[in-house]
Design a protein. Structure first.
Length: 464
């Protein structure tokens, strides 16, 4: 066994091993020498990548998939209590471990950077992973999205830094003890787990309390929720707080963001020194993510000028304004945005890069609970597009809520002046977009569900 393999993780079984968070932990364990097995509801390129690492991946969920000699069963909050493999684990007396505990165990003995916030975690974690790797530091990392190829969301490195997303959705980020923590923003979301913004703030405060003595909190100065948390934790013994943003009194001050097509040039002042570097994705919010990554790396002792240069190596992550292709003069871009703030940020970023081009959006609302609470704001965000096609709500782990449909979003969008078409048949979207799009247009497939699958279909229809 390689060093750093938690005792109970020698033969882990993952239920839902193909998920973004689960697959990353499984990959790192496999690279550390564990005999990894698991199951998922469908086969995927991620499952195939895990098999290439030596993991056994079953398709479908059945009690027989769980080996009797498994040392633990790893689950996420999305796994239901009636899962047959979970029931079999109870019969065999095999310990059940939440993925957050497994990830926390992988960080033991290393210098962790935990990236938290309602939006931007995957991008910022990816920026750190890529830039630290470019500097030869070989960090370990676990990201909620693939960098370039399936299975590239995680890596077991030989270096002493571990970069990880810290998920606030179910409070599991309370399990981590980072040396450096980033809070990009804090807004009300995950309505099944948080009843108010105050509960969100309290949860982030608890997360900050887990930073090791002598550690650093990097926090967005200009974002209301993040700034509120910074105020609440100010003066805590053994904690250094570093703020970043465009405000004059930010510790790491952004003085200029210059759009250059689908990239940006960012200038910051840090410790009295001016640095300019390139961010290879468009938009102000991605520039802020890069500066958060810069501040976190500097807090670990990495020279600022080296890290600033290395951040230019980051070229994006799948589903974060990812160019899927071009056909008939129309570019198709995939966006993971599903919260109104994310939707607005991505649409503003694309608008800044598009010039006079029209922006067409295919939006799939994500979760009934989120649509119930934020449907009006989602519709208002769609008003930033020239035209939108709105699909039915993607349920993910949720059961339907009576009366909550995508019509809530459509009505709000139309009230905000948006041109919106409702489409209940996902298979018909490619034809709908082909009928709308003209050469020079940009098409965004937007949402956290399977709307991402429509990009290739739209390109194929445009080509024909």
């Amino acid at each position: 066994m390689k060093p750093g393999l938690p005792t109970a993780m020698e033969r882990p079984h993952f239920i839902g091993i193909g998920g973004a968070g689960m697959s990353g932990i499984a990959k790192i364990l496999a690279q550390r020498g564990a005999q990894v097995a698991g199951s998922d509801s469908r086969d995927s390129e991620t499952a195939q990548a895990l098999r290439a690492e030596g993991a056994t991946v079953h398709i479908g969920h059945a009690a027989g998939h769980l080996a009797d000699d498994s040392t633990c069963v790893v689950v996420s909050s999305a796994i239901r209590a009636d899962n047959p493999e979970l029931a079999r684990a109870a019969e065999l007396g095999i310990p059940v471990v939440h993925r957050s505990d497994a990830l926390a165990g992988l960080m033991d003995g290393l210098r962790p950077i935990a990236v938290a916030g309602t939006h931007g975690k995957t991008t910022t974690t990816s920026m750190l992973a890529v830039s630290l790797s470019a500097l030869g530091l070989d960090p370990s990392y676990a990201i909620g999205g693939d960098l370039d190829a399936p299975g590239s969301n995680a890596h077991h490195g030989e270096g002493d830094i571990f970069v990880a997303e810290a998920d606030e959705s179910d409070r599991t980020f309370h399990k981590y003890s980072p040396q450096v923590a980033i809070i990009l923003n804090a807004e009300l979301d995950h309505h099944a787990n948080y009843a108010s913004i105050e509960e969100i703030y309290e949860s982030f405060e608890t997360f900050v309390g887990k930073i090791v003595p002598g550690g650093t909190l990097v926090v967005a100065h200009g974002q209301e929720g993040a700034a509120e948390i910074a105020r609440r934790v100010a003066g805590r013994e053994g904690l250094t707080v570093v703020t970043y943003g465009e405000e004059e009194d930010a510790d790491v001050r952004i003085t200029k963001i210059t759009p250059r097509g689908l990239t940006s040039e960012v200038t910051v002042v840090l410790a009295g020194r001016m640095l300019t570097f390139t961010v290879s994705v468009p938009g102000r919010h991605y520039a802020h993510n890069a500066v958060a990554a810069l501040a976190a790396g500097v807090a670990l002792g990495i020279p600022a000028h080296n890290l600033a240069s290395a951040l230019g190596k980051y070229t994006g992550v799948k589903r974060r304004l990812q160019l899927k292709g071009e056909a008939a003069g129309v570019q198709v871009i995939d966006s993971y945005a599903h919260h109104p703030t994310e939707m607005t940020a991505d649409l503003e970023a694309i608008r800044g890069a598009a010039g006079d081009s029209r922006i067409l959006v295919v939006f799939q609302p994500h979760l009934f609970s989120r649509s119930q609470e934020l449907g009006k704001e989602m519709g208002q965000a769609l008003a930033l597009a020239d035209a939108s096609v709105v699909l039915d709500i993607y349920p993910a782990r949720e059961d339907p809520i009576p009366g909550i449909t995508s019509e809530l979003i459509i009505a709000a969008a139309r009230s905000a002046g948006a041109d919106v078409t409702a489409e209940h048949d996902k298979a018909a979207v490619a034809d709908v977009i082909a009928g709308m799009a003209k050469p020079g247009d940009l098409v965004l497939t937007m949402g956290a569900g399977d709307v991402t699958d429509l990009g290739p279909a739209i390109l194929a229809r445009l080509s024909s």
